[in-house]
Design a protein around this ligand. Structure first.
Ligand code: GUN
Ligand code: ZN
Length: 458
């Protein structure tokens, strides 16, 4: 047989290695970090093994995470993938992102309401075309994987085809995606409007088609209060009653003009959250993007109902929306996950998002009445918010977000030497905290060496 060219040979080797890894338990040896609790709430928030192993079963689930010496001694015949010098963490979870907006990241010059009219609505009007939607979904899913994001809560568009396209692309990779058809029946161009009846019927069809099919989960998705009539929000509440284990996903209190507009549209309401509460939309698995300008009583209400906030720093900075008060959310015990909010967000990278979150909290301190009460955002906390914290916000911490035995083995391999500067700086980092902080300050998709979904290398 003729010799294979070098690249084909390498591919064959890679394929064989991948096959072998799928059909047996595999030990991934590297530094291993994951969270068992919230670093703001407990001293014992994480487990870190400098020379560690993540042991993944043939079923794609975590069998163990611990010191290499112990795990390798207990599993002498298991193949070892030697990734020493790298850091393995759970796959990142993006708590709020718009896949149709992938093509409009970095649209210049507007704040929320004008930005929606100028850029977002024209972009989203293309997604009634399934072929078009599939093309963008493919790019989107690739970007998630390249950036080490293995789960996302995603807004599609008003078109049911857009939801099918995303779930189909995600299913090819067995990716745990939560998504839904946007419901909007006013204050947008005619070609983007549904009605209370069609939004109800289309959502129902999509729930029946996708919710819990493989790893897919469905989110009832009213875009935000200004684009839904009370009749439509009533339908959203009805869907949640009929399907209690689906998600609710919307925007809230992102921008001051938006908040004033909601008060005009719902004059009887006691603020923005009260609009959603009055239609029964707040409960466990309800995720509100932003919450930048929430009042204390609204934060208390979110905690009470078990709802979550997606903190989207790159978006809040890019649109000039404001500075999310993470400490206030924490004080009230509101669940928070980190989100990119692409395309208002400027990066798919969880590392870039953590880096910008740190700056948001720094600015908070600068503008606080009493800066001495404000603490910097630690790297441990931001890695938590992108892994276990987000899993808790999405009520998925029994499946993903940490290396608890039996969890789905979604994980990423980060290389602290990925760029010259990162290598130079990382060499001078002495503690775990400092290493993580350097990763989130300088890291991006180049830092993500490998991404695994249920134990399968992507
Ligand atoms: N509020 C309503 N729609 C949107 C959107 O698409 N992006 C952001 N950032 N906020 C919104
Ligand atoms: Zn958004």
């Amino acid at each position: 047989m003729a010799a294979l060219p070098a690249h084909a040979y390498q591919q064959q080797q890679q394929d064989q290695q991948d096959q072998q890894q799928q059909s047996s338990t595999v030990a991934y040896r590297a530094s291993v970090l994951h969270f068992t609790g919230d670093p703001s709430a407990t001293q014992q928030s994480h487990e870190y093994y400098e020379d560690g192993v993540l042991l993944v079963g043939a079923d794609g689930k975590v069998k163990a995470a611990g010191p290499a010496a112990t795990i390798l001694a207990n599993n002498p015949y298991v193949p070892v993938v030697d990734l020493r010098g790298r850091l393995i963490v759970p796959g990142f979870i993006d708590s709020h992102v718009h896949y149709p907006q992938t093509e409009m990241i970095g649209s210049f010059g507007e704040q929320l309401l004008e930005w929606l009219n100028t850029y977002t609505f024209p972009t989203e009007s293309q997604f009634g075309n399934k072929t078009y939607a599939l093309g963008v979904a493919k790019v989107f899913v690739n970007e998630l994987v390249k950036n080490g994001t293995t789960t996302a809560l995603v807004m599609a568009t008003v078109h049911p085809e857009s939801v099918d396209a995303l779930f189909e692309e995600a299913a090819k990779r067995n990716m745990r995606i939560i998504a839904g058809k946007v419901m909007m029946d006013r204050n947008a161009p005619d070609n983007l409007l549904d009605t209370p009846a069609t939004s109800y019927a289309d959502s129902k069809t999509l729930i029946n088609r996708w919710h819990k099919r493989g790893r897919a989960l469905y989110a009832v998705t009213p875009r935000f209060a200004p684009t839904s009539t009370p009749e439509q929000l009533t339908m959203a509440g009805k869907l949640l009653q009929e399907y209690p284990d689906v998600y609710m996903h919307t925007h809230m209190s992102e921008n001051k003009s938006e908040i004033a507009w909601v008060q005009e549209l719902f004059p009887a309401s006691n603020g923005y959250l009260d609009v959603y509460n009055s239609f029964g939309l707040s409960r466990k698995r309800s995720v509100y993007a932003h919450g930048v300008h929430l009042r204390e009583d609204e934060l208390a209400s979110l905690a009470h109902t078990g709802s979550a906030i997606a903190f989207c720093p790159t978006s809040n900075l890019f649109l000039g929306s404001g500075l999310f008060d993470l400490q206030a959310a924490e004080r009230h015990g509101v669940k928070v996950g980190m989100g990119t909010d692409v395309g208002a967000g400027t990066s798919f990278s969880a590392l870039r998002t953590m880096g910008e979150a740190y700056k948001v909290i720094q600015l908070h301190k600068a503008f606080a009445d009493d800066p001495s009460t404000k603490k910097p955002l630690t790297a441990l906390k931001s890695f938590y918010l992108s892994t276990l914290g987000a899993a808790r916000a999405l009520d998925l911490d029994d499946k993903i977000g940490s290396f608890k035995v039996g969890n789905e083995a979604d994980f990423v391999v980060l290389n602290p030497n990925a760029t010259e500067l990162l290598k130079f700086r990382s060499a001078r980092a002495t503690t775990l905290e400092e290493k993580l902080f350097v990763l989130q300050t300088l890291g991006d998709d180049r830092t993500v060496e490998r991404t695994y979904i249920m134990g399968k290398r992507q």
